[in-house]
Design a protein around this ligand. Structure first.
Ligand code: Z57
Length: 834
């Protein structure tokens, strides 16, 4: 493959850019120091002679922000001048984490800032840790959006991200007596230097009301008279690319009371009540739903979806109409990407604007719709698909429900012509689900109205075509594609693992891999080089020390650096089988207890680390967290065990915790029952950091095996195609004795709380073991034994680790985004000159 970018040329441009920037904002140490002190005094408003680390961080952040804004302006002006086709990335969730390090690295001014600070007596890293995470998302889907924004900027694509500016991000997880408690994350408390409030960029968003038929120039048209109006205010978050001047925009909407509405209540005289009532508008963007793929049919959630969609669509139309008159050109300038079904109301909204406001014919409007939308789904199970009760939608958005019905009517009529009166199939494919509660199937709407439907890994796409969307695939095979997910190496190596970053650049003799990840493969040539081995082990050691210190500070537990650090961190879900991990740990504990002194000497010491949040209403997931704590309590305090086995639960797993945990892991576990993880992206971050994988053949792991080879991973468990048959066997399935024994230990109260854990045990025994923990248990233990065996052979382990990182190139979001640009969005890079 030819390299995507000429790195030398990029580097040259970057140098010239720095030179030019000196004209305005200089980057020499004195200028940087002056700038920082200026912000201490005038922005943070502290005395130059007394400010703490947090205040220093704020001043630093503002100095960085100034430099960021320059490039962001230039990019927006350049895009405006060039007027390329843009992609609008609509997502209800963006999990950005911290920004400071990421931004200075992408701008190429990290070292300058670090030097300037150290002369002032500050440590860059210490200040960077003052920043709180922006957690405007739940898990994989949301972090994927963030990685993709980084790649879009770095590859110079003209992209805009749209989302919601929640006042409360994902809840903070606090553990009390081993139970998860949720606390609000009021992340804006301390200000947010990375956003730019645009008080003049606002749009009215309408809700409720009625639709009437009216005549305009002799033509019948629909008029929606809303019952409520809320204002959407833009907050812009510049996203800088690496090695480019391009800095794209992530525009998040906040809800404010509307000026146009409520005149009436003000005139009735109850002024104070009227003002207080107005504040309710703000609740629309107040809180992120923490459910992660369970849809409850809540009105507020639907309001959030429409609110952000409506504001974004108005913004897109305004930008288009600035420079264009004919809507036929719309598809040449606009690609709308639906990140899952959450923003799929955009389809009905664009249709509504074209019909009711721009007065296009249905035919012309529909033609445009079919050319602009692309849809990516992230789920595998039919239950994961979003449905909206018709009553709810009809009440909140009466005109949109009409439009959806019309789209469906036309679709079903067309379908009848193509497949005849196959009523079962027609019923399955209809956008409207009949039943006790009538629902709108947002996935069907999205598939029908999009030109392309993407899965997030090859296996996922296969499952979409043969199961979830089989009826649609048979009809429109050309619509179905897949783009295996990826993560950005800028955040997941350069920011979070600086020692590994330096090592890779040294051994490859270039930094070009930072935006051309395929170069990583070059490490293969040195996979057995003794000198590299030495350095590689040192890097891992440094990161393990950092992680061990964190564990000790957090829980008081001292862990041995010689032990294998074995990590499973991700949202808690039954299908991800954290329970399988815990049962494996209990088994290991039980084995060690039953060994004599000599055998114990042969045990490979382990530090098992588990982390992740459970949705607040997800009982079983919360029980898994408690189980982890009681088992840890028992094992960690058992003198027979000592350093041979430790179990730690890391609370409040988020992006910045991940940045510290992942580089320090020797082994990471990805245990989803095959066919249930659409892709998985955590595994990619571990892989890039030279962490070995113990995993099922699920989602993107299947493709990882192809890249790094079966010998460099620990694979186990039933394959996706075997899972259905295994489930059918149900009661006749023989469960290994070892499995029954560990479940028995929990049931018998070996760890206490046996009544509380009963329902958990019932879920995995007998016919109810839906996720097949029993069926996969032996295979799991064998894979664990294989990992132990490999770990004692230090040379072999290090080689496997190097080959893991060397083979991780395919899992960069740069590759994913490039594929989307070429095969789905049809957009070209638009590079801002210096
Ligand atoms: C979410 O994080 C994902 C899927 C969903 O349907 C929702 Br809702 C949230 C995850 C998948 O579970 C992962 O397998 C995948 O890697 C990730 O989305 C990004 O595609």
């Amino acid at each position: 493959r030819k390299p995507r970018l000429d790195f030398a040329e990029r580097k040259g441009q970057a140098q010239r850019m720095l030179g030019l920037m000196d004209v305005f904002l200089k980057n020499d140490p004195i200028s940087l120091q002056k700038d920082i002190l200026h912000h201490v005094e005038y922005t943070v408003a502290r005395s130059r002679f007394s400010f703490d680390d947090f205040e220093a961080y704020q001043a630093l952040a503002h100095s960085v922000r100034d430099r960021l804004i320059e490039r962001w302006h230039d990019t927006l002006i350049h895009f405006k001048k060039e007027d390329p086709k843009r992609v609008y990335f609509l997502s209800l969730e963006f999990l950005m984490g911290r920004s400071l390090s990421n931004i200075v690295i992408n701008l190429g001014i990290r070292d300058q800032f670090a030097d300037a600070l150290s002369q002032l007596g500050f440590d860059f890293e210490v200040l960077a840790e003052q920043e709180g995470d922006a957690c405007l998302g739940n898990g994989g889907l949301a972090r994927l959006s963030a990685c993709q924004m980084d790649s879009l900027a770095t590859l110079d694509y003209p992209a805009v991200g749209y989302g919601l500016r929640y006042q409360y991000g994902l809840f903070r997880q606090v553990i009390v007596d081993g139970f998860q408690h949720e606390q609000p994350d009021y992340w804006l408390n301390f200000g947010n230097p990375w956003e730019i409030e645009r008080v003049h960029i606002t749009y009215p968003v309408k809700f409720y009301g009625t639709v009437t038929d009216e005549f305009l120039n002799g033509e019948k048209c629909k008029v929606w008279v809303p019952g409520e109006m809320v204002e959407a205010v833009a907050y812009d978050n510049p996203i800088p690319g690496y090695g480019t001047r391009n800095t794209i925009n992530l525009r998040l909407w906040a809800a404010k009371p509307s000026d146009q509405h409520d005149m009436e209540s003000f005139n009735t005289g109850d002024y104070v009540d009227a003002v207080v009532n107005r504040q309710r508008a703000e609740s629309i963007s107040s809180i992120l739903y923490p459910d992660d793929r369970s849809y409850q049919g809540k009105e507020l959630r639907l309001k959030q979806q429409y609110f952000f969609v409506s504001a974004s669509v108005q913004d897109i139309f305004r930008r288009f109409k600035d420079t264009h008159k004919k809507f036929d050109e719309f598809p040449e300038k606009v690609a709308l990407q639906l990140n899952d079904t959450h923003p799929s109301l955009a389809i009905a909204e664009v249709m509504r604007v074209l019909l009711d406001e721009e007065h296009l014919s249905w035919h012309r409007a529909w033609d445009i719709i079919c050319k602009i939308f692309s849809f990516t789904t992230h789920t595998v199970s039919p239950e994961g698909l979003e449905k909206i009760p018709v009553d709810l939608l009809g009440n909140l958005l009466p005109r949109h429900l009409q439009i959806i019905y019309d789209i469906n009517f036309n679709f079903v009529e067309e379908l009848k012509k193509m497949i005849g009166l196959d009523y079962d199939r027609l019923t399955r494919m209809s956008i409207v689900e009949e039943g006790a509660v009538k629902n709108i199937r947002m996935a069907n709407l999205s598939v029908i109205c999009s030109h392309t439907v993407n899965g997030v890994s090859r296996l996922h796409s296969e499952l979409l075509r043969t199961k979830l969307f089989k009826d649609f695939y048979d009809l429109w095979p050309h619509k179905f594609q897949y783009k295996t997910n990826g993560v950005t190496q800028r955040r997941w190596i350069v920011v979070s693992n600086p020692s590994l970053c330096a090592l890779i650049s040294k051994w490859l003799g270039t930094e070009a891999w930072i935006c051309d990840i395929d170069l990583l493969i070059g490490l293969r040539d040195s996979a057995t080089n003794a000198e590299l081995h030495q350095e590689w082990k040192m890097v891992k050691k440094v990161n393990k020390i950092r992680l061990a210190e964190y564990i000790e500070a957090m829980s008081g537990l001292k862990v041995s650096l010689d032990a294998m650090f074995d990590v499973q961190t991700k949202r808690i879900h039954e299908y991800k089988r954290q329970l399988l991990n815990i049962l494996g740990i209990i088994h290991r504990y039980d084995c060690i207890k039953n060994m004599d002194k000599n055998d114990r000497k042969k045990v490979v010491p382990r530090v098992c680390i588990i982390g992740g949040k459970a949705a607040p209403g997800y009982e079983i997931a919360k029980k898994i967290i408690k189980l982890c704590h009681v088992v840890a309590e028992k094992i960690n305090n058992d003198n027979d065990i000592g350093d041979l086995l430790k179990l730690v639960f890391i609370p409040d797993y988020n992006v910045s915790v991940a940045e510290m945990v992942i580089p320090g892991a020797d082994l990471s576990q990805h245990l989803s029952t095959a066919g249930h993880e659409a892709s998985g992206t955590g595994s990619m971050k571990f892989l890039m950091n030279g962490c070995l994988l113990l995993a099922t053949a699920d989602g993107s792991t299947i493709e990882m095996v192809e890249e790094i080879g079966q010998d460099n991973m620990f694979l186990f468990g039933a394959k996706a195609h075997e899972v259905v048959a295994l489930r059918k066997k149900g009661p006749t399935l023989k469960v290994p004795l070892q499995f029954s024994r560990v479940v028995r230990m929990i049931r018998d109260g070996h760890f206490g709380f046996e009544d509380y854990f009963k329902s958990l045990c019932d879920k995995i025994e007998g016919t109810s073991d839906y996720f097949l923990l029993g069926a996969d248990f032996m295979s799991y233990l064998e894979a664990q034994a294989a990992a132990d065996k490999a770990f004692v052979d230090e040379e072999r382990w290090t080689k496997m680790s190097i080959l893991s990182a060397a083979g991780s190139g395919r899992f960069s979001s740069d590759r994913t985004i490039q594929e989307y640009a070429e095969n789905t969005w049809d957009i070209q890079p638009c590079r801002c000159p210096f």
